[in-house]
Design a protein around this ligand. Structure first.
Ligand code: PEP
Ligand code: MG
Length: 325
């Protein structure tokens, strides 16, 4: 399949009606990096830093991490990379951390909640990233931000580390952008000040969908119960797009749905301009974008929503089947 899409590798993803969609890849291990070249990804929209913590049997040291992060930035050359700070808890348990006995780990002490309550690791990671950037631009995002105040605190930790490095006479990043993952519905309703403060927002659709429908993403009995192309969910995505547009906040989507062509094309139709996905999905998603009139698809989605359809999928599939190839 990779072969089939090889010819598209260097072609920009421009829809039939002229919308340019930026396709990035998700990564987390050093083994993922060669895919940057092969897939034609325009950068790494989500670097899951916890994978480096999960493959070890003890807490990695700052300098070791700085080397790894520098290696990632070297491999990306001048392409964009956004590093997500440690997202542990819930389904990701570190073997060297005391296990938490929580009745609902997905809604428990996880991700930025751990980072803010025990900021030692967050600070250490920030230092490692700042040192790795060493005069290059740096992009950091925090997982599972549920309210504005959490973003303010997490951001302050990173900015304090930059000041500290500068005070020590060490090089600081050429530029820094700090973003939040939108993975809980609450953040979509945050005050305007949040959208103004965030340099960018990335929708973590896996978690966002889990919490939107209250359906455990790990539970086989319910995880496929609700369609991503459910009219209410797409409408909610549309509201997030509108809030970000009002403050000119860059918005991307990095959950698994960004890598499923039909879901991805609907996200683009809802106004997403940046999609980050597993590298193998870039070819198939790009191929569909090239063939699709996104404005016409949006009309189909809006008409279905207006009719009160539960899922827009049947109408979307019908529309896509009738597209000229
Ligand atoms: C998500 O929730 O969509 C996401 C990208 O993060 P993860 O899958 O690592 O929770
Ligand atoms: Mg998530």
């Amino acid at each position: 399949a990779q072969q089939r899409y090889a010819g598209l590798r260097d072609k920009p993803a421009v829809s039939r009606d002229g919308r340019r969609i930026c396709l990035q890849m998700n990564a987390g291990l050093m083994a993922d990096l060669p895919s940057l070249e092969g897939s034609g990804a325009e950068g790494v929209g989500l670097f899951r830093t916890e994978l480096q913590f999960l493959i070890r049997n003890k807490m990695p040291k700052r300098d070791e991490l700085a080397k790894l992060y520098a290696h990632v930035m070297d491999a990306a050359q001048d392409r964009y990379v956004s590093f997500r700070t440690l997202d542990i808890g819930s389904d990701k348990v570190l073997p060297y951390m005391k296990p938490q006995d929580e009745p609902n780990p997905a809604m428990g002490w996880r991700a930025i909640r751990v980072g803010l309550d025990k900021p030692g690791v967050l600070r250490m990671q920030a230092q490692a990233l700042i040192r790795a950037a060493n005069g290059r631009p740096l992009s950091i995002m925090f997982p599972f931000i549920a309210e504005h105040a959490e973003f303010v605190s997490a951001r302050a930790h990173v900015l304090a580390q930059i000041e500290r490095e500068a005070a020590l006479g060490r090089p600081t990043p050429k530029s820094i952008e700090i973003g939040a993952m939108l993975e809980t519905p609450s953040l979509a309703f945050a005050p305007q000040a949040f959208f103004e403060m965030a340099d960018f927002i990335s929708i973590g659709g896996n978690d966002l969908k889990q919490f939107f429908f209250a359906a455990d993403r790990e539970n086989e009995r319910v995880r496929r119960r609700y369609d991503t192309l459910n009219a209410s969910f797409l409408g909610f995505i549309g509201q997030i797009v509108a809030r970000c547009a009002a403050t000119s906040t860059r918005l991307s989507f990095c959950g698994e749905d960004a890598g499923r062509p039909v879901e991805a094309i609907c996200l683009a139709a809802m106004g997403l301009d940046i999609l980050s996905m597993r590298p193998a999905s870039i070819g198939p998603v790009k191929s569909l974008i090239l063939r699709t009139d996104l404005a016409a698809l949006r009309d189909v989605i809006d008409a279905e929503c207006a009719k009160g359809a539960e899922s827009v999928r049947p109408a979307v599939m019908d529309f896509l089947a009738k597209q000229p190839s």
